[in-house]
Design a protein around this ligand. Structure first.
Ligand code: UDP
Ligand code: MG
Length: 318
């Protein structure tokens, strides 16, 4: 190979004041094993001074490139901006909180040199995360697998290495409901895996409260599966069937001339049940319609406030 390999590391940061410098220190130490690298940090609209810390760290870290969003656009979008800007032969996405060890990256690069296009880092153990988080994560990965037509590796987050062609293919997908794990899995390409134990967050608190987690889960399911829509049809068919049964029962009772009490109870049950099924079906429809609306407006995925450390200042794709 005539040209030196370049490896890009993409790090989303949202209010990561406590870990920003620790991350840079540990990552730089780990990456010194590589021929050449760049660290692209995307500041996802932090309000705690993360940007100032990063900006002044540039003197000490010449390989650092920074993108600052105009506001908080969310983790998946921050990753997207970083991948858009990356120029490396490989692009590795990693969390800033050191739950994913940067020391693993040279191992992932090794797998890439052996021919893999995507190297997934799969969590063996998750230390220091609440039982609730572990349980919901486990349930979600399994639900995704059964619903979606794409093969998303179980228990792999966004910590992964992509070859240049994989990153380019991902960049070409500009959909708004971004569930990047799913998009990458959809791409195909040759995969490899490395395993690791997930550490506790080095400092600071999770930037993924339950609401954001549910949003991500909904994005994942709705953008990769039409099963929920089919579920609405199933509910419809089921309630129609039950309704039909009740009709037959009512007629038979009437014809037998029995003591037909004006069926308040059964009426209430039927009305409430139907109402519930209809609302649920509408909600499912709404999820899809809302996303269609989002796509149709065609707004850019993110807005950049500032980019520093890049040689070419063009890189911002929409
Ligand atoms: N993050 C981000 N934007 C957000 C939320 C999170 O860029 O709106 C970043 C955050 O700084 C971290 C990564 O995404 O580098 C993962 O977040 P976190 O560690 O809080 O999630 P958890 O590990 O608790 O699921
Ligand atoms: Mg974390």
């Amino acid at each position: 190979m005539a040209r030196e390999e370049l490896h890009s590391i993409v790090v989303p940061m949202y209010n990561e004041r406590e870990v920003a410098l620790t991350f840079l220190e540990r990552a730089t130490a780990a990456l010194s094993a590589l021929p050449a690298y760049e660290i692209i940090v995307v500041d996802d609209g932090s309000t705690d001074g993360t940007w100032e810390i990063l900006d002044s760290a540039r003197a000490a870290y010449p390989n650092l490139r920074l993108i600052r969003f105009s506001r908080n656009f969310g983790h998946q979008t921050a990753i997207t901006a970083g991948i858009d800007a990356a120029r490396g032969d490989t692009v590795t996405v990693i969390d800033a909180d050191l739950q994913d060890p940067p020391e693993l990256i040279p191992k992932m690069v090794e797998k890439w040199r052996e021919g893999a296009d995507i190297v997934f880092a799969v969590r063996r153990a998750r230390r220091g995360e609440s039982l609730f988080k572990k349980a919901t994560a486990a349930a979600f990965y399994r639900l995704m697998r059964s619903l979606a037509a794409v093969d998303i590796p179980l228990d792999s987050g966004d910590f992964r290495l992509m070859s240049r062609r994989t990153a380019d293919a991902l960049i070409s997908m500009r959909e708004r409901s971004r569930f990047i794990r799913g998009l990458v899995a959809w791409l195909g390409f040759q995969r490899a895996y490395v395993h690791y134990d997930r550490e506790e967050r080095a400092a600071g608190r999770t930037k993924y409260p339950l609401g954001k987690m549910l949003r991500l889960a909904a994005d994942g399911i709705v953008s990769f599966s039409l099963r929920p829509l089919q579920l609405a049809a199933l509910f419809g068919a089921l309630s129609a069937l039950i309704g039909f049964g009740v009709i037959v029962y009512a007629i038979v009772e009437r014809l037998r001339g029995g003591d037909v009490v004006p069926g308040w109870t059964s009426l209430m049950v039927a009305v409430l049940f139907m109402g519930g099924v209809q609302l649920l079906s509408l909600a499912i429809l709404g999820e899809y319609v809302g996303r269609i609306y989002d796509e149709v407006r065609g707004r850019p995925l993110y807005v950049v406030h500032e980019r520093v450390g890049f040689d070419d200042e063009d890189g911002a794709r929409d």
